[in-house]
Design a protein around this ligand. Structure first.
Ligand code: NAD
Ligand code: UFG
Length: 344
């Protein structure tokens, strides 16, 4: 879409940067707000190298309401907002709950308030499969009930969906789409952007690539006594570029007036569950690298198995995850190698 401007909050982060690229590839203009609390400004160079264009960039904290109002006064014609900016470390949220409620909910409320005041109609939100906890039925559909949240982080996603529901009910000109991500992994095939975790990674795939490249001694596989075929826990790993494309489709849906309700909710997954050991084996196969790993006890708070029912998203959005697991793991590995080469 030409001459359409989308605000991407958290756009120098992992998923935001991939989404900025896909938006720009589709002709959208993009303005990013990020305070760089968990990302680096050099990501903008990666986006520019891939797309041949540089997104507009504003560095500030979205919790700063006055600064945000100034932003809305300058960028008057926003067609939509995609809101990625949030803290996302589950363990940290248990230790510092207020920091998570403060950041994740204040940013959301400030943006929704700004939309009402400055007449922006369309909003896409980064939600998470964490809202389902351990679902009673698999694959899990969008209508499955919320389970009591395992962490303050997970709770911010549940509360955020409730806030959006109440706000669109009260403001019929607002349209929101909440996208519940399963496990986004991998990097752009160019290896010019990818996931850059700070410190020791919490997530499986960055831990695998850092182990394979020699930064970590070994991967700890958390638990092999789950009630799954090989005993390790099952997740739905989705390629980050596929995930990014679903945001573009969601924006187009809203701009074209195709939303069926003021708040729509979609699962973003592949529909296929993979165990931790299946990921380890697929990584070794696709990269030819041998991975040092050890089975240890379960990680507190982990669910046994969760994967998406994607029928509703596939049908309504006309979108489907396409990139296979091996190709995705190879992209994560190529990105890891690129990052380490650059640092040398
Ligand atoms: P990320 O940390 O890479 O990106 C988030 C970005 O937001 C960072 O660049 C950070 O600097 C910025 N940010 C945070 N607070 C801000 C604030 N107050 N003002 C301005 N900028 C701020 O994370 P990501 O993996 O790209 O995740 C994006 C979104 O998707 C988050 O809302 C996250 O909760 C959600 N999500 C992620 C996953 C996952 O596995 N990565 C899974 C489910 C949901
Ligand atoms: N795992 C290991 N070793 C590790 C890291 C992870 O065995 O070093 C295992 C975990 O126990 C789990 C699987 O790999 O079984 C995936 O773990 P991740 O930490 O990569 O992902 P989670 O499913 O725990 O959580 C992710 C995001 C959350 C989001 C959730 C939604 O980190 O923010 O997906 O499903 F809420």
């Amino acid at each position: 879409m030409k001459n359409r401007l989308v605000l991407v909050t958290g756009g120098t982060g992992y998923i935001g940067s991939h989404t900025a690229v896909e938006l720009m590839n589709e002709g959208f203009d993009v303005v990013i707000i990020d305070n760089l609390s968990n990302s680096d400004k050099s990501v903008l160079d990666g986006i520019a190298a891939i797309t041949g264009r540089r997104p507009f960039f504003e560095q500030f904290d979205i919790c700063d309401k006055e600064r945000l109002a100034d932003f809305f006064k300058v960028y008057k014609k926003l067609d939509a907002i995609i809101h990625f900016a949030a803290y996302k470390a589950v363990g940290e949220s248990v230790e510092k709950p207020l920091m998570y409620y403060q950041n994740n909910l204040t940013t959301l409320m400030n943006l929704l308030q700004g939309m009402i005041e400055f007449n922006v109609s369309n909003f896409v939100f980064s939600s998470s499969a964490t809202v389902y906890g351990q679902p009673d039925v698999l694959p899990v559909t969008e209508s499955a009930p919320f389970k009591s949240a395992d962490s303050p982080y997970g709770n911010t996603k549940q509360i955020a969906e409730e806030i959006m529901r109440d706000v669109v009910n009260a403001n019929k000109d607002l349209y929101a789409i909440s996208l519940r991500y399963f496990n986004p992994i991998g990097a752009h095939p160019s290896a010019l952007i990818g996931e850059l975790p700070r410190g020791v990674p919490n997530n499986l795939v960055p831990f695998i690539t850092q182990t394979a490249i020699g930064i970590r001694d070994e991967l700890k596989v958390f638990g092999d006594d789950y009630n799954t075929p090989d005993g390790t826990a099952i997740r739905d790993y989705i390629n980050v570029v596929d995930l990014a494309k679903a945001h573009v489709v969601s924006i187009q849906r809203m701009i074209e007036g195709k939303s069926k309700r003021n708040l729509e909710i979609f699962n973003l997954g592949t529909g296929k569950g993979s165990s931790v050991m299946e990921i380890v084996n697929a990584f070794e196969k696709s990269t030819g690298e041998k991975l040092n790993y050890k089975i240890v006890g379960r990680r507190a708070g982990d669910v046994e198995s969760v994967y998406a029912d994607t029928k509703y998203a596939n049908k309504e959005l006309g979108w489907k995850a396409e990139v296979g697991l091996k190709e995705t793991l190879l992209s994560a590995w190529n990105w890891e190698k690129y990052v380490r080469n650059k640092k040398r």
